[in-house]
Design a protein around this ligand. Structure first.
Ligand SMILES: [Zn+2]
Length: 309
């Protein structure tokens, strides 16, 4: 346990009424992309109070407030130790995390939340569907990927309970107000989070966008059929709502969705022109999602045609 800070171990020991507790991660999730996603990534400042502390392929964002820290997502179960180490590299402490907010309850974004919550004692907030899923350690039954099965989809459940936030609901921590924007589609409980961040006299709107990808287990149809309702109209509304957000900086649940590596490279090349500030980023992200959804619906329509032949 050489990686754990003395402060963290001491704080956890104090919190458990005299017994010495060493923070324990949950068992690692095994999946095709897990090792690639979970490669370490050094933490960095995005803007103002907002920092990236996630792993190579899964975003985790920390926001410094006047009353502790907010974390967005937790990556995989095996990401939690890397997130804790990244916080320490920034001079931050997991024990100062007050709130953990989730984008959607799949193992690659919610898997690390249970451990991060235990180590911090933070409140966990999510949409109603997301909260149920986090408490069960299992996606919503109506999730497009539910058909992959309970074992494939499982992640460590958040035992402490999860607070529900409604669409446009706000979560205040110190001087920071997060707003939840419910964007059902990728999951029934998908949530995009926004907040405002200032650096000197410049204040910017930051968007942490949930996935808008129409992907599913076999047999699921976004266009619906005799056994399942169409999700198409709801999904299109979600995409339109992300396009319309006040959006100076876009971060996304998978860093590649918002071109993180390209932006970091451009920032190194031209540090004075911050490539993270891009007022078209949310509209471009939404337009790409709309194209993908259109392609998926067309594929489902042609599959139906073939089935009737
Ligand atoms: Zn997902």
């Amino acid at each position: 346990m050489a990686g754990w800070s003395a402060a963290l171990v001491a704080a956890l020991a104090l919190g458990s009424a005299g017994t010495t507790t060493v923070p324990q991660p949950d068992a690692a999730k095994v999946c095709d992309s897990c090792a690639e996603w979970n490669a370490p990534r050094p933490p960095f400042k995005v803007f103002g109070n907002t920092y990236y502390v996630g792993v190579a392929g899964l975003s985790v964002v920390v926001i410094k407030t006047s009353d502790g820290l907010v974390l967005l997502d937790g990556g995989l179960p095996q990401s939690a130790t890397l997130v804790e180490a990244n916080l320490r590299k920034l001079g931050l402490r997991i024990t100062d995390v007050r709130v953990i907010a989730n984008s959607h309850a799949h193992y690659d974004h919610a898997g690390g939340i249970a451990a991060l919550q235990r180590w911090s004692g933070a409140r966990v907030v999510a949409s109603a569907s997301g909260a149920r899923a986090l408490e069960r350690g299992q996606p919503d039954e109506a999730d497009p990927q539910a058909g992959f099965g309970a074992e494939a989809n499982s992640f460590p459940r958040v035992a402490a309970g999860v607070e529900v936030v409604a669409d446009r609901g706000q979560v205040r921590v110190g001087d920071v107000t997060l707003t939840a924007h419910l964007v059902p589609g990728h999951t029934p409980g998908s949530t995009t989070w926004t907040w405002r961040s200032c650096e000197g006299s410049q204040c910017l709107d930051i968007v942490y966008a949930d996935s808008l990808n129409a992907v599913s287990a076999p047999g699921f149809r976004f266009s619906g059929d005799a056994t399942q309702p169409s999700r198409a109209a709801e999904f299109r509304r979600s995409i339109a709502s992300v396009a319309a957000l006040p959006c100076d900086i876009l971060l996304a649940v998978h860093p590649s969705f918002a071109g993180l590596d390209e932006k970091l490279k451009a920032r190194r090349a031209r540090p004075k022109q911050d490539p993270f500030v891009d007022r078209e980023a949310c509209r471009a992200y939404a337009a790409d999602a709309a194209r993908r959804l259109g392609a998926r619906l067309a594929e489902e329509a042609s599959a139906t045609g073939k089935a009737k032949d």
